[in-house]
Design a protein around this ligand. Structure first.
Ligand SMILES: NC(=O)c1ccc[n+]([C@@H]2O[C@H](COP(=O)([O-])OP(=O)(O)OC[C@H]3O[C@@H](n4cnc5c(N)ncnc54)[C@H](OP(=O)(O)O)[C@@H]3O)[C@@H](O)[C@H]2O)c1
Length: 270
């Protein structure tokens, strides 16, 4: 399916604000700026929030790797509102080469920090909340030397799917959108890797797609894949499809066992 192309629909009046966890750079910043453009009071959390120069965004310092910061950072939620869980960092290393400290820090950043901060945000919400979560196609794709990153992204995706029933019990108008993007043209995220960013997705374009999907969402839960096209001439164009994906098998696609079990599927490294 092609990404939505319609003009940005107006934000339903009942939504007043957006809190973006990890809204200072990359996709999170693009989502925050788009939220502000939609007339939402937009609070942006991150370690470098103080350095934000974007007009209209409300920066708040938060370090997800510091349990005290997660516990003490004031939460402000003008409900009804959107809560966006976007913060993240990449790690490409074998587990054998990964230090105990790296395991601890990445787990805090990608999982325990946001889960605990979310716990506080949701407790403070005085009305309906629409949670938009940016996981990754790495939550289901076959990767090499990325087991910790992929495992934590899969945990994020599974966590929010299973949060839906209790959110609905708390308020029937609560909503969850789970977004699994492929490769984005965000060089800082892929530090040290020689990648062709011209063939990766523009974060501003992906942010507009995410907002169009979220604003149109009527069902309690939507899971969406936003993957980059590999077609010659349209490399990096976002392609949208809905629903969860079956995790890819860890063997090489042409390994004998995989070939016997099922026809090999192409592996894309988004
Ligand atoms: N780039 C890709 O190809 C890609 C593909 C699929 C999914 N994703 C996912 O998309 C999300 C955004 O990635 P991006 O490419 O936009 O990366 P990015 O430009 O590096 O932005 C990462 C964001 O996370 C925040 N963050 C990092 N460490 C933090 C900490 N300790 N405490 C609080 N906030 C912290 C950063 O804010 P501060 O630096 O201000 O703390 C920043 O706002 C991530 O969850 C990533 O896993 C990315």
């Amino acid at each position: 399916m092609s990404p939505p192309t319609s003009a940005t629909p107006p934000v339903p009046e009942r939504f007043r604000g957006a809190a973006v966890i990890g809204g200072t750079h990359g996709l999170g910043r693009a989502l925050a700026l788009a939220a502000h453009d939609r007339g939402l009071r937009t609070v942006v959390y991150g370690r470098t929030a103080e350095t934000l120069t974007d007009d209209g965004l409300l920066p708040r310092h938060l370090d997800l790797c510091d349990p005290r910061s997660v516990q003490d950072t004031p939460v402000e939620l003008p409900t009804p509102c959107y809560v966006l869980w976007v913060a993240g960092a990449f790690l490409k290393k074998t587990l054998a080469d990964t230090t105990e400290d790296e395991v601890e820090q990445l787990t805090r950043l990608l999982f325990t920090g946001p889960v605990n901060f979310l716990r506080r945000l949701l407790a403070a919400a005085g009305g309906p909340v629409h949670l938009i979560t940016v996981a990754s196609s790495s939550s289901w794709k076959r990767r090499e030397r990325e087991s910790l990153y992929c495992g934590l992204k899969a945990a994020q995706a599974t966590f929010v799917r299973n949060l839906v029933p209790e959110l609905l019990a708390a308020h029937p108008e609560n909503r969850v959108t789970l977004v699994n993007p492929g490769g984005l043209a965000v060089p800082d995220f892929h530090t040290g890797l020689a990648l062709d960013f011209g063939a990766m997705m523009d974060p501003d374009r992906v942010a507009r797609i995410v907002w169009d999907i979220a604003a149109d969402q009527r069902r309690p839960f939507t899971e969406v894949q936003i993957l980059r096209s590999r077609a010659p001439g349209s490399e990096g164009t976002p392609e949208v499809s809905y629903g969860a994906r079956t995790p890819q098998a860890p063997e090489e696609p042409d390994a004998p066992v995989a070939a016997e079990a099922a026809p090999p599927l192409p592996v894309q490294h988004d």
